[in-house]
Design a protein around this ligand. Structure first.
Ligand code: SF4
Length: 155
């Protein structure tokens, strides 16, 4: 007699690794970290029109201790860089970073001494989302790319 007949309920078998990957990619919690105009598009993404909840990533957390994704949305000033790094360090592992927009990724139009020319100089970046600003759909696409990356991460 098969397992399903013995238990009289449907049974799904999988590996622990696949289950952990599924859980991690399906409940990404971003830390609140809007720095400039890109943050407006990030907020729009979490509202009903774009509804990032469809991808399990709508629960923005004010505490880095409860977050596993940092979306750097906007230009990063040199004064702000140590703060960003400290918040990143306070996030528990595993954690990921999305660099949103031209300013966060390469400094954008702010090619000057006050702006960090790429947030990857301060924290490791998993996904870069281009644009000035990227539309909410672009950021959702970035989150889907991150989910694929999480799914391929060996435990
Ligand atoms: S990329 Fe454009 S929209 Fe985003 S922070 Fe820079 S100037 Fe603002």
């Amino acid at each position: 007699m098969g397992l399903e007949q013995q238990l009289e309920i449907p049974v799904l078998t999988t590996s622990v690794e696949k289950m952990v990957q599924w859980a991690r990619r399906s409940a990404i919690w971003p830390v609140t970290f809007g720095l400039a105009c890109c943050a407006i598009e990030m907020m729009a993404m979490s509202c009903s029109r774009y509804d990032v909840a469809r991808f399990g990533a709508e629960v923005f957390r004010a505490s880095p201790r409860q977050a596993d994704l940092m979306i750097v949305a906007g230009r990063l000033s040199r004064k702000m860089a140590p703060v960003l790094r400290r918040i990143y360090d306070q996030m528990p592992e595993p954690k990921w970073v999305i660099s949103m927009g031209a300013c966060a990724s390469v400094g954008g139009v702010f090619d000057n001494y006050a702006i960090v020319q790429g947030v990857d100089q301060v924290v490791p970046v998993d996904v870069f989302v281009p644009g000035c600003p990227p539309r909410p759909e672009s950021l959702i696409y970035g989150i889907v790319q991150l989910q694929k990356k999480i799914n391929e991460t060996r435990i």
